[in-house]
Design a binder for this molecule. Structure first.
Ligand code: PHE
Length: 454
């Protein structure tokens, strides 16, 4: 494989552009919407600790592996697995790993877009002053009414899907680079501001911090451990080829290790900030941490409705949340689009229209889970819950496990060494140890724990 190999879809203009795009993929609804509500549902501190450990021991090594695989092959995840398994003289069946990733991307985007639609609707609600002076009950009523309307939810979901496809049609490495460059830092600043506001709740602030950072393992179930691990994959965009495809647009001379650490660090910081901003308000408003997927939509508007400058901050916050979601959603669909272009000879437009339509249609299942089909359950879960469980708790960890095994055991060591090109031998050995043993074994142990073997 030569160093001059490039993706037919182009390349990032610099290391910084890749960092922005990959951080854009990682930071999204996972950090601000999902992390707080699953932390609330799973009892707080112990859950957060397991999640942080998973980011460190599983997430970072696998992020390096995924980036490396993509950059080495410079193709979509399916073809990457074909090419690299050929190179390693391994079984062709590895390409199913790429397939699972592409399918996981579709499934995730189908509900991701619905939730991003909620965030978009909340931009308008913030703008029209719906939160002004509102208390917890009013805000909850607002949310419940919104959930009860399939038409409104479908409208916002459609709008978000359209926006996603409009960006993807131009190629992910053109338009978005510029937007993310300025939106990411702004989101960060706004979150810090929210934390500062949460601090004014004195005792409740302490209670929030305690909830997040004091582990009480009696509150953590086996399924909670699985959710924490699954979330480490979800929030870092790992296990389905998003980071792999972004890696395939990465210039050759960039240090994969440093970049991965930076991205994972930023992503984790955003999630923790969101948690710190939200839980004090949850307690101050007398709400349940375990309020489910509506949590931030029932909490943050209370803050915006009552703080000085809340009107403006509310608008800005939800706008940025939508953009953070957009920079993630494009990475969910890009593997499929790249595959359609590379293997099915489609134009980018054709590929976008088809994959976009399929995802949009699937999203209706999630929408109806919150209203007309809320009683329809498979394995005791609504369609939304099923999609979430299937992807975040099963497909991504299984995908990540296979990526670790492939990078650690199947690829030639010489190739991984060459591709990662780490400055000192020790860091490479640490990565190798993690990817060969620790990451796959941890995933395996968590699965055994869930099925009750351990
Ligand atoms: N990481 C994104 C988030 O936290 C979601 C995502 C998952 C994006 C998987 C790409 C792949 O919002």
């Amino acid at each position: 494989m030569t160093d001059t190999k490039k993706s037919i879809h182009g390349q990032w203009s610099s290391r910084f552009a890749f960092i922005l795009a990959a951080t854009g993929s990682a930071v999204g609804l996972g950090n601000i919407w999902k992390f707080p509500y699953i932390t609330g549902e799973n009892g707080g501190g112990a859950f957060v600790l397991v999640y942080l450990l998973c980011v460190l021991l599983i997430g970072i090594p696998i992020m390096m592996a995924e980036t490396m695989l993509g950059r080495r092959s410079r193709q979509n995840p399916i073809n990457t697995m074909v090419t690299l398994s050929e190179e390693a003289g391994a079984d062709k069946n590895w390409h199913y790993l790429g397939w699972m990733g592409v399918i996981a991307g579709f499934l995730i985007l189908s509900y991701y877009s619905v939730i991003a639609g909620w965030a978009s609707a909340y931009v308008l609600k913030a703008f029209t002053g719906s939160f002004f002076g509102a208390d917890a009950t009013t805000i909850k009523g607002l949310f419940d009414n919104f959930m009860a309307s399939p038409i409104q939810l479908t409208f916002w979901h459609s709008l978000f899907m359209l926006a996603t496809m409009l960006v993807v049609v131009r190629g992910v490495n053109t338009g978005l680079e510029k937007a993310v460059r300025f939106l990411m830092p702004s989101l960060f600043v706004l979150l810090i501001l929210m934390v500062a506001y949460a601090m004014t709740f004195d005792d409740y602030y302490d209670k929030g911090i305690k909830f997040l950072f004091t582990p009480d393992f009696s509150k953590l179930t086996a399924n909670g451990v699985l959710t924490a691990m699954g979330h480490a994959f979800f929030t870092l965009s790992l296990g389905m080829g998003a980071i792999m495809i972004y890696g395939s647009y990465l210039p050759k001379d960039v240090s994969i290790a440093k970049t991965a650490i930076l991205i994972a660090g930023t992503d984790t910081a955003v999630a923790l900030l969101a948690g710190i901003a939200i839980f004090p308000i949850v307690f101050a408003a007398g709400l349940e941490p375990a309020s489910g997927p509506g949590l931030i939509f029932q909490i943050l508007p209370i803050a915006f409705g009552n703080m000085t400058g809340g009107w403006l901050f509310g608008i800005l916050f939800f706008v940025m949340l939508v953009f953070a979601a957009l920079s993630s959603s494009i990475s969910l669909i890009e593997p499929a689009v790249a595959w359609l272009i590379e293997n099915k000879d489609m134009s980018r437009e054709q590929a976008c229209i088809r994959s976009g339509l399929v995802t949009w249609l699937l999203g209706l299942g999630t929408i109806f889970s919150f209203n007309i089909w809320s009683g329809f359950k498979i394995f005791d879960r609504t369609i939304f819950q099923l999609m979430d469980y299937l992807t975040a708790n099963l497909m991504l960890p299984i995908g990540g496990f296979c990526i670790a095994v492939f990078a650690g055991w199947i690829m030639k060591q010489q190739h991984t060494e060459q591709e990662l090109d780490m400055s000192d031998a020790l860091s490479y050995q640490v990565w190798r140890f993690l990817i060969c043993y620790i990451s796959p074994a941890s995933v395996f142990v968590v699965f055994l724990h869930v099925v009750g073997v351990l």
